[in-house]
Design a protein around this ligand. Structure first.
Ligand code: LLP
Length: 437
């Protein structure tokens, strides 16, 4: 998919670059991002929204993969940017991302984070709860500012996805609950505050969702709420944000729809609901993360040791693992992979791919079909663009890999491989523990 193909040497090629050459130049493990595919995904969203005729913003949920080059790419592709921490905000600001297109999320923004965002004049705060609503108003007042906000509501729609990443159901740490009247009270209270302007509401029902039904249900609930607020409080929402969560294909078991179909389901539902209610059509915002960068990422590893337990299993170990991709250990996520240096050879054995961390749970893929694997082969694991680098750790003091963008036969380093200095750079040995000179 994307610009990936097998070249006549039998090597995997991405963005016109032979990955064996990338391995030689940048080392492994290496995150490779197919820039053309990221741009294509972004354009699929933008084009689908244009086709709806509605006003819109497609905000890239930077939590999926937040580095300065990615912010620059999102800007070029006319996306807005969703940030959830001071670190993501700092990254966006450093990359020169247009501040009016930055949206700040999170269920526990600290006063420092809010002040930083106020000083930067970001476009919108997505307010999660009552404490934050009043804190934001007070901090904005201190600076003599009035800021645009969306109120995040929990519509009570439970997305069909992994428990830990479902956030639309009532029992969730996020948002104002629609069912018990909190969302209504939040609007009432928010409208009384002088330093916030309510643009509308936000709803995010989960992640890695395949069916359009959950999004349609969320639109129904949000539209019903908008109509109620208009009728009872005389206030009209200008913006409805439907969050992210559009699924991607990690393995053949996953059956996502084309981006355009999710967008069409949402925009059709918005148009129907609001038109029927005689409500002027709101602007629609979405926040895809995974579906922008997920399938554009490939992680390249070098195979090291192996262990064959006859009649039981053969393990092969790679030079990374749960430190660069914690998703299999955290969510039992499935991935697909090939031998990138012998991609045209027949599949001959079933192996399970282990990482190099000191725990048995550090397994990337169980029961993968590969050609006969040898030491120093290159293993390419697909669909690692989202929530991999972003969730990478230094467990076992393993250095985070480099990230390269590839496009049209060119490879550009966008994140350097961590150094030993990065590993010990923040360590301090107190004087009483230092060896006498
Ligand atoms: N908007 C909000 C408010 C969110 O909470 C999220 C994801 C998104 C947008 C983007 O969702 P996406 O389009 O990427 O599905 N670490 C987990 C995923 C956590 C998603 C959290 N929120 C994983 O690796 O699967």
């Amino acid at each position: 998919h994307g610009t990936s193909k097998i070249n006549d040497k039998g090597h995997l090629e991405i963005g016109g670059k032979d990955v064996t050459e990338l391995a030689a130049e940048f080392g492994t493990p290496l995150y490779i991002v197919d820039e053309t595919l990221v741009r294509q995904r972004a354009r699929e969203y933008v084009e689908a929204f244009k086709a709806s005729g509605l006003k819109f913003q497609v905000a890239y949920a930077s939590k999926a993969f937040c580095v300065m080059a990615m912010c620059a790419l999102a800007e070029e592709e006319n996306m807005s940017l969703d940030v959830v921490s001071d670190g993501e905000l700092h990254t966006a600001l450093k990359a020169g991302f247009p501040v009016e297109r930055i949206h700040f999320h999170g269920n526990n923004k600290t006063p420092d984070e809010i002040n930083m965002a106020l000083d930067a004049n970001i476009g919108c705060f997505v307010v999660d709860n009552f404490v934050e609503l009043h804190l934001l108003n007070a901090l904005a007042a201190d600076k003599g500012k009035k800021v645009k906000i969306l109120l995040r509501i929990t519509p009570g729609v439970e997305a069909h996805t992994h428990d830990y990443i479902s956030t639309g159901q009532q029992d969730s740490k996020f948002g104002f609950d629609l069912g018990n009247g909190s969302a209504y009270r939040a609007i009432v209270e928010g409208l009384k505050l002088d330093n916030v302007e309510i643009l509308g509401v936000h709803s995010h029902i989960g992640s890695q969702i395949f069916e359009v039904e959950g999004f349609r249900m969320a639109v129904d609930k949000v539209a019903g709420f908008a109509v109620q607020i208009k009728e009872e409080l005389g206030y009209t929402f200008q913006v409805i944000n439907l969050g992210g969560g559009f699924g991607i294909r990690y393995t053949n078991e996953d059956k996502p729809l084309p981006v355009a179909e999710y967008v069409k389901a949402i925009t059709d539902a918005i148009i129907t609901n609001f038109t029927n209610a005689g409500y002027s059509l709101p602007e629609i915002w979405v926040e895809p993360g995974r579906s922008i960068v997920g399938d554009a990422g490939t992680t390249l590893y070098t195979v090291g040791t192996s262990k064959d337990i006859p009649g039981v299993r053969k393990y092969i170990a790679v030079d990374g693992g749960m430190t660069d991709n914690p998703r299999p250990a955290l969510y039992e996520s499935k991935y697909d992979a090939i031998l990138a240096n012998r991609a045209n050879e027949p599949l001959e054995e079933t192996v399970s791919v282990a990482g190099k961390c000191c725990e048995s749970g550090d397994m990337l893929i169980w029961d993968l079909e590969l050609p006969k694997v040898e030491k120093d082969d290159l293993l390419a694991v697909f669909c690692t663009g989202a929530y991999n680098y972003a969730m990478a750790s230094n467990y076992n003091r393993i250095r985070r890999p480099a990230v390269v963008f590839v496009k049209d036969g060119q490879a550009d380093l966008v994140v350097k491989r961590e150094s030993f200095q990065d590993i010990v750079g923040n360590d301090v040995i107190p004087a009483r523990l230092q060896k006498a000179a």
